[in-house]
Ligand binder design. Structure first.
Ligand code: ATP
Length: 231
């Protein structure tokens, strides 16, 4: 297993947002985390990235305990995070957004990696000199994913990458996830059931901060996962 989360808890003041969450993510596979609004999905990713210290439990990445590691160490350890809302540098060009990460992470063969990213999302090559802020929402999402890939992560963590994005770009992101998942693990938080089902090898459903169901991606229909997501 690349990532093992055990008995993880998180609180906002006295309110419990994660309550004993546990699951593992296999190398080179895509795991979808699903759940209704407020189930704890974003909190889980932020806790995983160390943006909020866990209030209990353990997170292991590639055999190392990272439960209390600061975010930059988790990024160096192989977690590439694309937060909800994307958070690209809007005043920098598309190219600069990517170059900064290539340089900071001192990846080997940066030219080859830059080419891989542009092959995955050709629009980034076409818009290379444009300001990040001038891109459409969907293009910014592609840039945010491309930027995360520039750290050559072992695991790409995506928080609702299809939210508010036009269908043609949703398709491009789906194709990219399919292409990437043989080469790295993907942890995908997704509201959109059909999208998750089409790419996930495994799924986890959260409800009120707990894992209420998990299984193989191929069994999502049989397991009635869609019913757990309707309000
Ligand atoms: P969504 O799909 O709406 O983003 P989610 O599954 O990602 O939902 P979280 O955003 O992780 O859920 O929220 C989990 C719980 O924690 C919710 O009850 C939410 O109201 C609460 N919560 C989230 N952020 C905070 C905060 N900053 N302060 C207090 N409570 C919070």
């Amino acid at each position: 297993m690349l990532l093992t989360i055990s008995n993880l808890s998180q609180h906002y003041g006295s309110a419990r947002a994660l309550d004993g969450v546990g699951f593992s993510v296999d190398k080179d596979s895509c795991t979808a985390v699903l759940g209704r609004n407020g189930a704890g999905k974003t909190t889980l990713l932020q806790t995983l990235m160390g943006l909020m210290p866990a209030t209990g439990g353990r997170i292991e990445l590639d055999g190392a305990d990272i439960t209390t590691a600061p975010p930059h160490r988790r990024a160096r350890g192989g977690l590439g995070y694309v937060p909800q809302g994307r958070e690209i540098f809007s005043d920098l060009s598309v190219g600069q957004n990517i170059e900064i990460v290539l340089r900071n992470h001192r990846v080997s063969e940066p030219d080859a990696l830059r080419d891989e990213i542009v092959t995955l999302f050709p629009v980034l090559g076409e818009m290379w000199h444009r300001r990040g802020g001038d891109l459409s929402g969907g293009q910014q999402q592609q840039l945010a994913i491309g930027r995360a890939l520039a750290s050559r992560p072992k695991m790409l963590i995506l928080d609702e990458p299809t939210e508010g994005i036009q269908p043609s770009i949703v398709q491009a992101i789906e194709d990219a996830i399919r292409d990437l998942k043989g080469r790295m693990a993907i942890l995908l938080v997704e509201q959109y059931y059909d999208f998750a089902r089409s790419v996930a090898d495994a799924y986890v459903v959260l409800d009120r901060g707990r894992v209420v169901k998990s299984g193989k991606g191929a069994d999502m229909e049989r397991d009635g996962v869609a019913d757990l997501l309707t309000v």
